[in-house]
Design a protein around this ligand. Sequence first.
Ligand code: VGL
Ligand code: ZN
Length: 214
Amino acid sequence: MSYGAQDCLLVIDVQNDFMPGGALAVPRGDEVVPVINRLAQAFAHVVVTQDWHPAGHASFAASHAGAQPFQTIALPYGEQVLWPVHCVQDTPGAALHAGLRAPHARLVIRKGHHRDVDSYSAFMEADRATRTGLAGYLREHGVRRVFCAGLATDYCVAWSALDARAAGFEAAVIEDACRAIDLDGSLARAWQELAAAGVQRVQSADVLAAAPAR
Ligand code: VGL
Ligand code: ZN
């Protein structure tokens, strides 16, 4: 029993900097790893993302004189939360968690690589115009449904799931395979937006139990 070509598990930003002790630690972020490892075994098609910023990235508070992490500023493309320096390209913090087991994952999307534009979403950068190519890739492979897991629920997972819907895919967020940052009510807001967009909110046990016969 496993999910076939029409379904994709999208594993978002399971990287050292988002783990406890990391540069932008997500509380209990490490707890997603065993859950995602179980899920990955049930999916023939797994895609992984990495937050992958150049030094001096616009989303870093340190890139703006006088700014502090977790404050919001206006950038040319809109509001941007400023973060601690995190997931700098090719640093240990940007590496995937060493316990992640998805050997059959075939695509790694690295996002947030333009210095002046952030990209929470695996599909579309924060300027809401520049595409990563993931939608086209998934479509060419016949994927119709995207299951999202990883970090953080209220930022990269939520934005990716919303953009999956916007690109015409069915989408679900696997709640217990995610952990949130929860900044000023961002988690509750994310679940509201996900529900309004028709993104399913599911649990890993149900996803595993519902694996189709192939
Ligand atoms: C993320 C904030 C900044 C995430 C990435 O993976 O959710 N959050 N960069
Ligand atoms: Zn980032």
